[in-house]
Structures are given as structure tokens and as C-alpha cells.
Design a protein around this ligand. Structure first.
Ligand code: PA5
Length: 469
């Protein structure tokens, strides 16, 4: 299907003091931070493709695996009615965001002839009711499961794996390889051992690609390809953005400029980053961004080990829905937020608002307009209201939502995150806080090797009943 292969645009007028007044950023401030931005750019450039920055090369170094993914996906589409991702966090949020963005918004409810791809589910939790509900709606015989875990040991994912494997073995006579594909690290963890023992088709997560930076590797590409998403154009979009951001010139490198603006805003006390797409299709992009931004930038220490406790709390919102929920707070509450609106020039459908209520001008003015005009007007109106009340906001415009623009958007946010982390002088790519929770779970459930952690947990201060009412 032909689609707009055009650049996305980052508009930061309303971050500037000329537009939002005293809380805004002045051109002089931008100039004062120019060298800091240049150093951040150089640090990211120097790190490309190394250590945990393997994600920068994903648009360029996967031609072989992409062909394998496309062939595997074609086969899955032919043979299976359901495709279920078992995974959590970075192994689930990207596939969910791409699905929401690029498939029909009621994909699973469409008849098979219109869907042209299996029904799609992602088990991004260990809520027993969610697992039971999944099992109520799928037919395991007609399902391909994709178990995704970089570490190969995450409790949530491995428990999902165990439950599903047991069902497959009991109900289908042990034919695991026909119903499960593994996506994991080639060199570490338990899933790779299991995959080899069970003879599972396996895709590898490159060593230098962390969970939240993994959508453009097989973690995201296989589910996307199964859904019929044009993964080559997704990677092309990412490459386009990467190239666009290949200089330290702030007027060209949009991700670097976006990073610098957020960094200055944080310095001014704006410690909340609201992500508010004006498109249901991009709703889960805000979830994906929340993990990327929160887990990458929320850190206790800087690169020298000094205690800093930094980060900007990501908040997920949806336009226009949250205009009727959170925007009151954004326009009149504390000056502690940067609001990023994501807009779309051309929605993929046009819906005309029908004629009616001729005798009620307060309703009739809507007639003849389209919902497209209405949602765009509402985004412009919210932007105006935020700006009028002096709130820092910016917007990213997508010519339309498609694989190419989504690839650009994801690469933009990943680069922005890397630059911001460099400006903050922190390790953007670790997640000791997440590991701590994982280790405590292992200890609580009696995993071997975690006895000391269990002791530590057992010696924690008892809760006082008087505080439980
Ligand atoms: O970004 C990260 O590294 C984490 O949030 C992981 O994605 C998440 O914990 C799941 O880890 P894994 O893929 O190892 O199961």
C-alpha cells in the first residue's frame, strides 16, 4: 500500500520564552548550553554500536535477519489464527505500540478475511485473570507464541512460558516447536538453553540492545511482520531520522534540540514529561515512551558515582480524551511539566459529522465538519490554552501514521533519550532499580542463589497494623 514517506516535524516554538513567557527558555539559554549539547552529541556518536548502544545500528545491520523474519511471518500468517507475545516491559511495549499504531484499531474483532493476519495478544503482566482470559479466547492449537526475553530469566515471562508450555505439551502432545518461537540473547540466560533443547526457532536480541531500545530488532520486527507491517519501511524511517540527527547543528538535529530543551526544562524544575498523542493509534506510543524515558533517565547516581537522584517522570495522556481529564491540571496546576503533543496531518480515515439539530445552533455548527477537523482544532486549542497559561509545550507532527513515520518517531525518541542521558551525565542504558525488583522477586519465590536477598527481605521492618485501616 502506498503511503506518505515524509519527514516528521518537531516544533518547539512553545518551549521558548517569546511564546510562553517567563517560564520559557530564552535563545540566550540555548546558546549558553550549546557546548553541553555538542558534548552530549559527541558522547552519543562515540558510543554508537558499542556496549549498550547497539540499537543505533539496527536500521543498517539486519538485512539477513529481516528476510528470515519476513519468511517466518508469512508462514505464521498462513498457518495460525492467533499470535501471542509472552514478555514484559521492553519485550512487550514496542510490539504493542506498533500493533496499535499500524493495525486496524479493532484488529482482533475483524473477520479473518479482512484481518489478513492472526489475532494478536501481548501478555505484558502476570495477572492471573489476564492469563485465564487469554486462554478463554485463543485456541492453543491454532496459536503461535513468541516468548521474548533478553535476559532469559525474567520471572513474569518465564512463568508465562511455563504455563503455556505445559498446555501445549498436555493438549498437543508436546509439539512445542510448532507453537513457540523464542526471541532472546544468543549468549546469556535460560531461554536460549530451553530453546536449543526444545528445538525452537529462535531470533536473537543483539547484546548491545537493551529491552527499551529493542523495538527495531527481532523483538519488535517479528510481531510486526506477522501483523503484515512493512518492517523494511519502519527501518528506513529509523535510518532517515538517524541520518537527520547526524550533526551537532541544533537547527538540524531535532532529537538533540529536543533533548536540550527537556534538559533545560528539568533544570528549571519541570520534572514531568507528558506525552499526549492526538491519535488513538499512537496511544501506546506514550506507554512505550514512558518506559524509555523513565527507565533510562531515572537514576540514583551519575557517571562518577555521585548521588544525584535525577529523572523526569513520564505521564501518558491521550488527546482529546484527556482534555476532559488531565488538561485542567496541565494548564493551571504547578509549573512542573513539559507537554509533548503528537499530531497527525492526515488521518487514514475521514469521518464527516452528519447534518442534524438545525434548530440548535450550539450543536449545528459542528455539521459538515469532519472529525478530522475537530480533533485537529482541539489539538490546536489545547496547545493555545497551554501556551496562553505559560506552560512549556512542544509538538511532533506526523504526515500520517505509517511504518516509515513510526520508525522515525521511535528513533527520534531513542536518540533524544540518549542525548538527554548524556547531558545529565548518567548511565542511560542500565536499570539497577528494575534489577532490584527482579532480584527481590526471585528471593521471595525461593530461587537458588538468592538466599542472602531473602534474608535481607525477611529482616525488613514489620508493618504496623495501626497504619492499616
Ligand atoms: O528495558 C529493560 O531492560 C527492561 O525493562 C526489560 O525490558 C524488562 O525488564 C524485561 O526484561 P527481559 O527482556 O530480560 O525479560
Amino acid at each position: 500500500m502506498a503511503f506518505k514517506k515524509e519527514p516528521i516535524r518537531f516544533d518547539y516554538n512553545n518551549m521558548m520564552s517569546d511564546y510562553v513567557g517567563e517560564k520559557g527558555i530564552t535563545p540566550a539559554e540555548l546558546k549558553a548550553y550549546k557546548d553541553a549539547a555538542k558534548s552530549a552529541f559527541e558522547a552519543v556518536k562515540a558510543g554508537r554500536g558499542q556496549n549498550m548502544m547497539g540499537w543505533t545500528e539496527l536500521p543498517y545491520n539486519q538485512s539477513e535477519v529481516v528476510e528470515d523474519i519476513i519468511a517466518t511471518a508469512k508462514d505464521i500468517r498462513k498457518k495460525y489464527d492467533y499470535f501471542v507475545v509472552l514478555g514484559i516491559g521492553g519485550s512487550a511495549l514496542g510490539p504493542m505500540a506498533a500493533f496499535q499504531a499500524l493495525c486496524h484499531l479493532h484488529h482482533n474483532e475483524l473477520p479473518k478475511s479482512k484481518r489478513k493476519a492472526p489475532k494478536f495478544y501481548v501478555e505484558d503482566n502476570v495477572d492471573p485473570e489476564r492469563m485465564a482470559a487469554l486462554l478463554d479466547v485463543i485456541d492453543v492449537k491454532k496459536t503461535m507464541f513468541n516468548v521474548i526475553t533478553k535476559s532469559g530469566s525474567t520471572s513474569e515471562t518465564m512463568s508465562q512460558y511455563l504455563i503455556i508450555t505445559d498446555i501445549i505439551k498436555k493438549e498437543l502432545g508436546g509439539d512445542l516447536a510448532s507453537h513457540m518461537i523464542a526471541t532472546t540473547s544468543e549468549s546469556k540466560g535460560n531461554l536460549i538453553k530451553i530453546a536449543q533443547k526444545e528445538g525452537l526457532k529462535t531470533f536473537y536480541i543483539p547484546d548491545g540492545v537493551g529491552g527499551r531500545f529493542s523495538e527495531l530488532c527481532p523483538v519488535g520486527l517479528l510481531p510486526a511482520a506477522v501483523l503484515g507491517i512493512d518492517i523494511k519501511n519502519m527501518l528506513k524511517g529509523a535510518a532517515y531520522m538517524d541520518k537527520k540527527c547526524s550533526s551537532d547543528n541544533l537547527s538540524k538535529n531535532s532529537a538533540l534540540t529536543a533533548a536540550l530543551l527537556q534538559y533545560i526544562a528539568m533544570e528549571k524544575g519541570c520534572n514531568i514529561s507528558v506525552m499526549m498523542p492526538y491519535a488513538d493509534s499512537l496511544k501506546l506510543m506514550a506507554d512505550w515512551y514512558a518506559q524509555l524515558w523513565g527507565e533510562s533517565l531515572g537514576k540514583a547516581v551519575d557517571l562518577e558515582g555521585k548521588k544525584v537522584n535525577v529523572g523526569q517522570t513520564p505521564v501518558k495522556a491521550l488527546g482529546v480524551t484527556d482534555q476532559h481529564s488531565q488538561v485542567q491540571l496541565y494548564t493551571e496546576g504547578p509549573f512542573d511539566k513539559v507537554i509533548t503533543l503528537i499530531g497527525v496531518d492526515e488521518y487514514r480515515k475521514t469521518v464527516v459529522i452528519s447534518d442534524g439539530c438545525e434548530d440548535i445552533p450550539g450543536v449545528n455548527f459542528l455539521c459538515g465538519h469532519t472529525m478530522n477537523e475537530l480533533i485537529t482544532a482541539e489539538m490546536n486549542a489545547t496547545e493555545y490554552a497551554l501556551t496562553r497559561s505559560g506552560r512549556l509545550n512542544n509538538r511532533i507532527m506526523l504526515p500520517e501514521v505509517n511504518a516509515y513515520t513510526l520508525g522515525q518517531l521511535m528513533m527520534f525518541f531513542m536518540l533524544q533519550t540518549a542525548y538527554t542521558g548524556a547531558l545529565m551525565n548518567i548511565d542511560t542504558f542500565n536499570q539497577p532499580g528494575v534489577e532490584e525488583g527482579k532480584n527481590a522477586t526471585y528471593a521471595l519465590l525461593g530461587r537458588e542463589g538468592y538466599e542472602a536477598k531473602k534474608e535481607e527481605l525477611n529482616s525488613r521492618k514489620e508493618k504496623d497494623a495501626k497504619y492499616i485501616i
